[in-house]
Structure formats: structure tokens, C-alpha cells
Design a protein around this ligand. Structure first.
Ligand code: NAD
Length: 469
């Protein structure tokens, strides 16, 4: 279980160095993880480059068959992968199991897509065809909140399109990914899929690498900006899925008891460590007190504990740095609002923070204006619909949002005015591989999932000539 290795050129190999990976629920060392050197990253890229021509020439039906085979391997190993995920990421085992099953579901659906040639014109002396060609070596960079699911957002589409891959998980959550690599190593030809692990020091080398043609990145906006800057040197294609500060807007006609559970789930799932979580909740003054009270009741009944314990609803924050960051948000909440549930880090080992509801807080405070990425929700009062739309849009982020109302038409009219890649009505965080997903403004560039996401792993090629005689 503790013998993790990198996957380079079809072989599981030790890292040139090692690094400790901790269990965030106990702060104990889970495993010594291999840590790749720059040379090992170069070897992985070279292996992917060498494997590319044959993989690109492999018929898409064969590539699809191997992606489905990987889904089967995932499904046959759900338990083991889920246990590793809980131990390194912190999330409850039920959620980790859901993540692994979701991973298999993304492999199956994204693997089922197609890249048909499209005839743009066929008239007289002109026949114009549009082909989707693979790019070459793709680098996938993954964050620590959903290590396996976010891997599944990228891997099947990149490989189905005919690219080869070098994957880099986040330094604090590499283990489930490396175990997955070991499980599927013999499914694909050697070099098609490579996994390295780093201590936050190889991302820049990947984004600059002259033999990597595209970077598919999920992480913070600050790191996304660095990726974009260094990818410019080689004009790499980039897809950036970045941070968010999603607004939830509760209209005056809701039944507070009915909507509160969905709002709570949308804000606190994965202990709030979700790019698309509700991070600011705007509530009409006529239902403000009731919504606050309902959220407090749910927060107080939420079991926060080690994700490995049955009955746990929320686990710890994933790492110390994020834990310290969220504690700074708690300080701000105490200064600028009224903390009506939670409000503290828990006095125990591990990075636990109580689910926290903060009322009477406004824009201009850190908790409202910045991405907390933790279990602390500011609830902001509003009185005018146009004003709340303006306030929801007054941010550089634009990932998701939701509108809550008992009148779908009213909610829809508000939804169309929100500047975000996804706007939900009466729900939040409903995602599926057939629904394209991407951020607007500084929440990202490009799209993942569905045909739109697949297309981003390809280069359009036009063949323009006379029709065949
Ligand atoms: P992060 O940006 O710190 O790290 C993400 C990944 O980038 C890690 O693998 C890290 O090692 C790597 N990295 C670090 N420096 C790099 C560099 N200079 N070049 C290239 N890669 C580098 O993000 P995080 O803290 O792991 O994740 C949390 C953030 O991710 C939040 O802001 C969250 O909103 C965002 N996120 C976005 C989505 C989305 O789909 N939009 C999904 C999940 C998380």
C-alpha cells in the first residue's frame, strides 16, 4: 500500500527523491511518495513524445476500447482507490467512493464521444473538409480537492483525441493518482500515459517544456496566470479551470425550509473546497433571518470528523496551508460580521474547521470579496433585485452561480443576467460529463466535458481542394 511509484514509459519507477504525504485528519505521515526530478519529468515527456505517432495513428475505436477498459479497472478497484483518497484528501469515505465512481462514469461518457470529419462545402470545384487532429503531448496539472475526478475531466478526452499524456497531481494528494496509474499501466501502450509527482516545483518546467503542446490546468487563478505566462513562450494551447467566488441569490419568494439544505450542500460539500461552491450567499431581506436560522440549524447538526469514520459528513481541510488560510477568513468574519454557527478551528489534531455561518457582513470584507475555499459562508442581505445582480457580478471571477426561487421564470430572468460559466436554478454543483463546463472572466479559459471539451484537445485542420473525380 505504501509502495508508490511514478509511471514513466510504461514502467513504475521510484522517484529520484521522496516526500512525505500526510493524512489531514491526523497529521500523521501516510506514505513516502516518490518525487520526480526535472530529468524524470523530461523522461516522461520524451516517452509521451515517442509514443505519440503510433497512438495518434491508432483508430479511434481502439482508443475508445482502451478508455472503457480503464473505466472497468477503476470500477473493479473502487474500494481501494476510495480508501486512499479519503486518507490523503480527508473527504468522507462515502464521498470518496462517489468520486471514484464518478471518475469511471466520466471515462465511460467522455470515451464514447466522437470526432467526425465535417464537410464544410462540397460544390463545383471546391471540397472543404474539417478534421480534428491530435496535438501531441499534453500536460495535465491537477489540484488537491478532487484529485481523481479532475483527472477524469481531462484524461479520457486527451487520449481519445489521440494525444499522449503526462499527468502531475498536486503535491499533497498524489497517492490515489499513482495507484490508479499502476492499475492501468498495462492497459495502454507504453509511454501513452505517464504520471509524475512533485513538491510544487515542476509545474513551471511543464508549462515551459518545448515538447508539451498543451497544458490542461485546474487550480487557482494566481497559478493559472503563471501557467498562461510561461505557456506563451512556446505558444502552447491552454485550458484553464481556475478559482471562483460563486454567488447564490435567494429571491423573496422561497420557502426557507425547502431551499436551505440544497444551499448548505452547495456551500459546504467537500468542506467548501470546491471551485464551484457557493462562496457568497445573497438573501432577500424578507427571508434573511429565516434562511440564516435554517442554515445554522443544519450547520450545528453536521458531523465533522475523520472521513474514515462512519457518519462523518465533513472532513478536515486538505492541507495546512489551506487550513491557515481559512483561519484568516475566520478572523475577518469575526471582525466584519456576526458569526452565528461555528467560527473556530477544532481543538484536535488534523486540519478541522467547524462549519461556519456569518451574517450581517458586506462587500469590502475579505470573506465576501475573496475565495475562501473552506467551510465558512457569508450571508449578505439585499433588498433590490437589480442591485443584487450588480453585486453578484462585481467580481473578477465568473465560474458559477445559482438563483433560488419558487418561480422558475423569475429565477431564469435573473440567471440570464449573471456573468458566470454556469448558472443553476434551485440547485448548485450539478455537473455531468455531457454538460460543457468552463469559467468566464478570471475563472478560466476554455471548456471541459462534452464535444466542446474534446475539441480543445485537438487542432482543427482544413483540407481544401477539388472534389475527387
Ligand atoms: P494551485 O493553483 O495551488 O495548484 C494547482 C496545481 O498547480 C498543483 O498541481 C500545483 O502543484 C501546480 N502548480 C503550482 N505552481 C505551478 C506553476 N508555476 N505552474 C504550473 N503548475 C503549478 O491550486 P490548489 O490550491 O491545488 O487548488 C485550489 C484552487 O483550484 C482553488 O482556487 C479552486 O477554486 C481551484 N479549482 C478550480 C477548479 C475548476 O474547475 N475551475 C476545480 C478545482 C479547483
Amino acid at each position: 500500500m505504501s509502495d508508490y511509484k511514478l509511471l514513466i514509459d510504461g514502467k513504475m519507477v521510484p522517484g529520484d527523491q521522496t516526500m512525505a504525504v500526510l493524512n489531514p485528519a491526523t497529521e500523521e505521515v501516510l506514505a513516502q511518495c516518490p518525487r520526480a526530478s526535472k530529468e524524470q519529468l523530461d523522461q516522461a515527456v520524451a516517452a509521451a513524445k515517442a509514443a505519440f505517432p503510433a497512438w495518434a495513428a491508432t483508430p479511434i475505436e481502439e482508443r475508445r476500447r482502451l478508455i472503457v477498459k480503464m473505466a472497468e479497472v477503476i470500477e473493479a478497484n473502487v474500494n481501494e482507490l476510495a480508501h486512499i483518497l479519503t486518507s490523503e484528501q480527508g473527504k468522507p469515505l462515502a464521498d470518496a467512493t462517489g468520486e471514484v465512481m464518478g471518475m469511471a462514469g466520466f471515462f465511460r461518457y467522455l470515451g464514447s464521444l466522437d470526432l467526425p470529419m465535417r464537410v464544410i462545402e462540397n460544390s463545383g470545384d471546391r471540397k472543404v473538409e474539417a478534421y480534428r487532429r491530435p496535438l501531441g503531448v499534453v500536460g495535465a496539472i491537477i489540484p488537491w480537492n478532487y484529485p481523481l475526478l479532475i483527472l477524469a475531466f481531462k484524461l479520457p478526452s486527451a487520449l481519445l483525441a489521440g494525444n499522449t499524456l503526462v499527468v502531475k497531481p498536486a503535491p499533497t494528494t498524489p497517492l490515489a493518482s499513482l495507484r490508479f496509474a499502476e492499475l492501468v499501466k498495462d492497459v495502454l501502450p507504453k509511454g501513452v500515459l505517464n504520471f509524475i509527482a512533485d513538491a510544487n516545483d515542476l509545474g513551471d518546467h511543464m508549462t515551459k517544456h518545448p515538447d508539451i503542446r498543451k497544458i490542461s490546468f485546474t487550480g487557482s487563478t494566481a497559478t493559472g496566470q503563471k501557467v498562461m505566462a510561461s505557456a506563451a513562450q512556446t505558444l502552447k494551447r491552454i485550458t484553464l479551470e481556475l478559482g471562483g467566488n460563486d454567488a447564490g441569490i435567494v429571491l423573496d419568494d422561497v420557502d426557507p425550509k425547502k431551499v436551505a439544505p440544497g444551499i448548505f450542500e452547495g456551500a459546504f460539500q467537500n468542506s467548501g473546497q470546491v471551485c464551484l461552491a457557493i462562496k457568497r450567499l445573497y438573501v432577500h431581506e424578507s427571508v434573511y433571518d429565516e434562511i440564516c436560522n435554517e442554515l445554522v440549524a443544519i450547520a450545528k447538526n453536521t458531523v465533522v470528523d475523520d472521513g474514515a469514520k462512519q457518519g462523518t459528513k465533513l472532513g478536515p481541510l486538505q492541507n495546512k496551508m489551506q487550513y491557515e488560510k481559512v483561519k484568516a477568513f475566520l478572523d475577518d468574519a469575526r471582525k466584519n460580521g456576526n458569526v452565528i454557527a461555528g467560527g473556530s478551528a477544532m481543538d484536535r489534531p488534523g486540519y478541522f474547521i467547524e462549519p461556519t455561518i456569518v451574517r450581517d457582513i458586506k462587500e469590502g470584507s475579505k470573506l465576501v470579496d475573496e475565495e475562501q475555499f473552506g467551510p465558512v459562508l457569508p450571508v449578505i442581505k439585499y433588498s433590490d433585485k437589480d442591485d443584487v445582480i450588480r453585486r453578484a457580478n462585481a467580481t473578477n471571477y465568473g465560474l458559477g452561480a445559482s438563483v433560488w426561487s419558487s418561480n422558475i421564470e423569475r429565477a431564469h430572468a435573473v440567471a440570464t443576467q449573471i456573468e458566470a460559466g454556469t448558472v443553476w436554478i434551485n440547485k448548485h454543483l450539478d455537473m455531468a460529463p455531457n454538460i460543457p463546463f468552463g469559467g468566464s472572466k478570471q475563472s478560466g479559459i476554455g471548456t471541459e466535458f462534452a464535444e466542446e471539451g474534446l475539441a480543445e484537445f485537438t487542432q482543427l485542420q482544413i483540407i481544401n481542394g477539388p472534389p475527387a473525380a
